[in-house]
Design a protein around this ligand. Sequence first.
Ligand SMILES: [Zn+2]
Length: 203
Amino acid sequence: MFLPPAGTEPGAPATGPGLDFDSPASISVLVNKDRQLSDPGFRPPDLADVHGVQLRRDAAEAYSRMSADAAAGGSPLRAVSGFRSAEAQAELHAAYIRNQGRHAAEAISARPGHSEHQTGLAVDIGNPDAACSLQACFKHTPAGAWTAANAHRYGFIIRYPEGKELTTGYSYEPWHLRYVGADLAARLHREGITLEEYAGLTQ
Ligand SMILES: [Zn+2]
């Protein structure tokens, strides 16, 4: 049975190592190509609708505040993709393999049980005009530049940063934001490290 230790509930401060990287319901859960969700069929119990996608409640509230501030600052965001079920992820991954081949697909798409989108804590964002949608050049667009500078203040990190491909296993994705809570996001942003590096899981 998984009982997340105190301090890892959504909204609780993340204060350092000792975070729960394993429980699917932990806001610091770490999933990547090598780490599958311990429950491969996990579905968050507290999904909420926000701007046309679904995120876990705390992530949805943080996204809503971030989106309002970004718009007020002249860089409106569009939520492109949030929670995806294991079944939806399986279909998506199969489609990537069909269209781009297995090698290319593995660099940009996760297998079911390995996707942050299944945790309900990840959101892909875009610009309202879809400029550079899901492309590296997104970082130079208003939404991309604004989130790179500000997302950590709302508890989100750019989960697959430029130059960290060997650590995260993913190509640079300036549009893929992951909610980890404000304390941990601020620390990762300040130190310029990934969730893997923070957790000591680099090879
Ligand atoms: Zn994504």
